[in-house]
Write a protein that binds this ligand. Sequence first.
Ligand code: AMP
Length: 115
Amino acid sequence: MADCLFCQIASGAIPADIVHQDDDVVAFRDIDPQAPHHVLVIPRRHIEAVRDATGPEGEQLVGRLMAAAAAIATDLGLDERGYRLVSNTGVDGGQSVFHLHVHILGGRPMKWPPG
Ligand code: AMP
C-alpha cells in the first residue's frame, strides 16, 4: 500500500535498521525502543492486523511471522532469559501503525499486566 509506512520500509523506500529479511517477512529495530532489544517483524504483504489474517493463507502468514520472531529472538541471544512477543490490534490494543507486526521485546524483565 503506497501510503503505508511499513510497506515503504519493506520495499526499501524508507530506511530502517533491518535485522532480517526474506521473501515473506522483514524485521527491523523499533525507532522508539521500549527495551534493550525491540524489533518489529512484519509480513511483506499488507494486512492491517492479526484479525485480518484469515483463512489458510492468513494462518500460514501468522505462523511465518511467529516462527521468524522466534528465530530472530534466538539470533539476538534472548532464548536463555526470555522475551515477549506482542501484536497490538486496533485502537484499544494500542496499535499505531496499521500494518500487521509482532514486537519482539527483550533484554530486561517484562512486567505484567501491561499498561
Ligand atoms: P504499534 O503501536 O503496536 O502499532 O507499533 C508501531 C511501532 O512502530 C511503534 O513501536 C513505533 O515506535 C514503531 N515505528 C514507527 N515508525 C517507525 C520507523 N520509521 N521505523 C521503525 N519503527 C517505527
